[in-house]
Design a protein. Structure first.
Length: 666
């Protein structure tokens, strides 16, 4: 059987309870139904009604039991059944249901609330007063004619005092319009109109003196645009009077923010200087003119400017024509001026400013001679005048180096940096005169590196330089591995004793000098998996960053052309370079050639070329006038014995490594 909870009280756990228990604890006159509740369910819901005959001393009336006391279950707060007397599907609130009037089927939760004169709570929710008809002006506020009784017995209504005007409802500002805009019951309690004092009684008020009211007080007007409330002839719209002078401005009679508009000047006959700004100060050739105040219809005006001398384009005339305080400043010089001094090369001379305000060519004491072939443009006519005094050529050969009186330079890290050979009979430049050879003894655990250099410094001239070497490589057992190779080296810098430096690296090429190196490696040492030889041009830098700037494409493997009888590989390596002219950038030209010896010498073949017409820049430079040393370096791989030789007796009369400098100055 379905059991429904009924009643509206909270509290006791017994099956009944009486009003006598509640009455035994009065706490003063009741103010609402809530003041009378005893918390019990089975004795009904008490109400506050002091006028009722059954009311107690507090004004509370006992409740009506929702069902027979014997059937009511106080602990469960329910009756066996809760009735639906009006058949609207909602049980009576009296026994715990939510139908606030079980005698009327049109009253129950969810019913449409109606704004009716009897204030019936159709949806059993006392906080709702009406449906859409309760807010006809759609301003979000319910009409004050729509009400509901609250549980306390009080009548609560909507707050819109005019439901036909959306601009009238609580929260609106109550402005000066004779209407209660905010439904407060008071009309125009917030005045919002401004008025200004009109002291001179011209109909326009002083904007600095304002009051807020719904009506203009005596002596106040609604127009607050008077700019002078002490003069009745000064007001908006008044006629402007030409009453100003050069010392004192006139009044703004029409209050438009301007004084004496239409009156360009005052008094008539007044004069003033005129002309461009530069002419007003009488600078240079400029002079100010004069303007005079004269009458015109509706006011006064200045006459045109008379007798002004204005700035003009500067001329080569020794005058300040453009009036900027400087004479002939748009030209190179002031004509007739003579200057003496020296040029960048230290040659003395003078120059004169001609009639066109331009410097004539400098007159120097002497022209270029053999004695001034100093890689500097002494006369200012270009290096061609000096290059004619360069000598034809100069040859040089390799002699001993400056280290220890020997003819070699050996770096062997495993020997603790010792510059002496560990096998003196095999590691030196052998021979007499200009001949000799550089060898390395049999050794199985070290790289062998060595070099020979020209004994003297050489000053690069204007013309091309050719530097070449013929190389023999002896490899017992045909054991050629990556790491073997030779290089032609051109290095610059101060005249130090060591031209390789303590940091000599691959192939003996220096790491602490500026210059270039042509490297022929037996197999490509940059990639051990490659068995073809490599020929590259490397830029050398004292900073230690020595990048490859050119690499020969398709350079053949010359080692495979060795002599089968003695396993000696003979090859020639040549570097031809043209130094840059001082002051130029990126004009060094280079060409690298190679030739091979089988039964006789083959032709020279160019594999690398740069800096010539139609070719890319070389990426490295040699400059005319700077000091360089030339050398040949070599290295053999570890784990075997080999020998690199430069000598005369096996080269069929060919000279040893040598260089040729062309275009040198004396």
């Amino acid at each position: 059987m379905l059991m429904l909870a009924c009643g509206g009280d909270d509290g006791g756990t017994d099956g009944g309870g009486t009003d006598a228990e509640f009455d035994a604890n009065p706490s003063g006159p009741c103010q609402s139904h809530d003041d009378c509740q005893d918390g019990r369910f089975c004795n009904g819901s008490e109400r506050c009604d002091p006028a009722a005959p059954s009311a107690d001393a507090r004004g509370c009336v006992p409740g009506e039991a929702p069902c027979a006391v014997s059937e009511c279950e106080e602990a469960a707060r329910r009756c066996p059944e809760c009735p639906d007397a009006d058949g609207d599907g909602y049980t009576s609130a009296r026994c715990g249901g939510d139908d606030c009037d079980d005698a009327d089927p049109s009253i129950h939760p969810g019913a449409v609330e109606v704004c009716d004169p009897l204030h019936v709570d159709e949806d059993c929710d006392p906080s709702t007063f009406a449906g859409p008809e309760g807010d006809l002006d759609a301003d979000g506020h319910i009409s004050s004619r729509c009400c509901n009784f609250q549980p306390s017995g009080a009548l609560l209504c909507g707050d819109d005092c005019d439901d036909e005007d959306p601009a009238i409802h609580p929260g609106q500002p109550d402005i000066c319009d004779g209407v209660d805009n905010n439904c407060s019951g008071v009309i125009d309690e917030h005045p919002n109109l401004e008025f200004c004092r009109d002291a001179d009684m011209d109909g326009f008020g002083d904007p600095a003196v304002r009051v807020t009211a719904c009506f203009a007080p005596p002596g106040y007007v609604v127009d607050c645009t008077d700019c002078d409330d002490t003069r009745d002839f000064v007001r908006p719209g008044a006629p402007e009077i030409c009453d100003g002078t050069s010392e004192t401005p006139g009044l703004d009679e029409n209050c438009n923010g301007e004084s004496d508009e239409g009156c360009d000047c005052s008094p008539v006959g007044l004069e003033r200087p005129c002309g461009p700004p530069a002419s007003l100060t009488s600078t240079g050739e400029c002079r100010p003119g004069v303007q005079t105040c004269r009458t015109r219809p509706g006011g006064t005006e200045w006459s045109s400017c008379v007798d002004a001398v204005v700035p003009r384009e500067e001329l080569c005339n020794g005058l300040d024509d453009d009036c900027d305080g400087t004479v002939d400043e748009t030209f190179s010089c002031i004509r007739g001026t003579v200057e003496t001094g020296t040029n960048a090369c230290g040659r003395a001379g003078s120059r004169t400013c001609n009639s066109a305000c331009a410097w004539s060519p400098a007159v120097l004491g002497t022209a270029e001679t053999v004695s001034t072939c100093d890689y500097c443009d002494d006369t200012g006519t270009g290096f061609s005048a000096e290059m004619g005094f360069a000598t034809a050529s100069a040859d040089f050969a390799f002699t001993k180096s400056t280290l220890g009186g020997t003819r070699y330079y050996e770096v062997e890290a495993a020997l603790g940096g010792n510059s002496e050979c560990w096998h003196a009979t095999r590691c030196e430049l052998v021979g007499t005169g200009t001949g000799g050879h550089l060898t390395t003894p049999p050794r199985t655990n070290f790289n062998k590196r060595g070099a020979v250099y020209s004994e003297h410094h050489h000053v690069a001239g204007y013309g091309p330089i050719r530097f070449e070497a013929e190389v023999f490589v002896d490899v017992p057992g045909q054991n050629v591995v990556p790491g073997d190779g030779v290089a032609l080296v051109v290095v610059g810098g101060p005249g130090a004793a060591s031209w390789l430096g303590a940091g000599a690296e691959q192939l003996g090429v220096p790491r602490d000098r500026d210059g270039v190196a042509v490297e022929w490696r037996f197999f490509d040492a940059d990639n051990p998996s490659v068995t073809a030889d490599s020929l590259v041009l490397r830029r050398l830098s004292a900073a230690g960053a020595d990048p490859i700037v050119l690499r020969a494409a398709g350079f053949p493997d010359h080692i495979v052309l060795r002599s089968a009888s003695d396993f000696t590989y003979r090859a020639g390596l040549r570097l031809e370079l043209t130094p840059e002219v001082p002051g130029a950038t990126g004009t060094t030209a280079m060409r690298v050639s190679f030739r091979f010896y089988t039964t006789s010498w083959g032709p020279w073949t160019t594999y690398l070329s740069c800096g010539h017409a139609g070719e890319p820049a070389c990426g490295a430079s040699v400059v005319a006038g700077q000091t360089y040393r030339f050398g040949v370096t070599g290295a053999t791989a570890p784990s075997r014995s080999s020998m690199i030789r430069f000598r005369t007796d096996d080269l069929e009369g060919q000279p040893p490594p040598n260089g040729r400098l062309e275009g040198m100055c004396p």
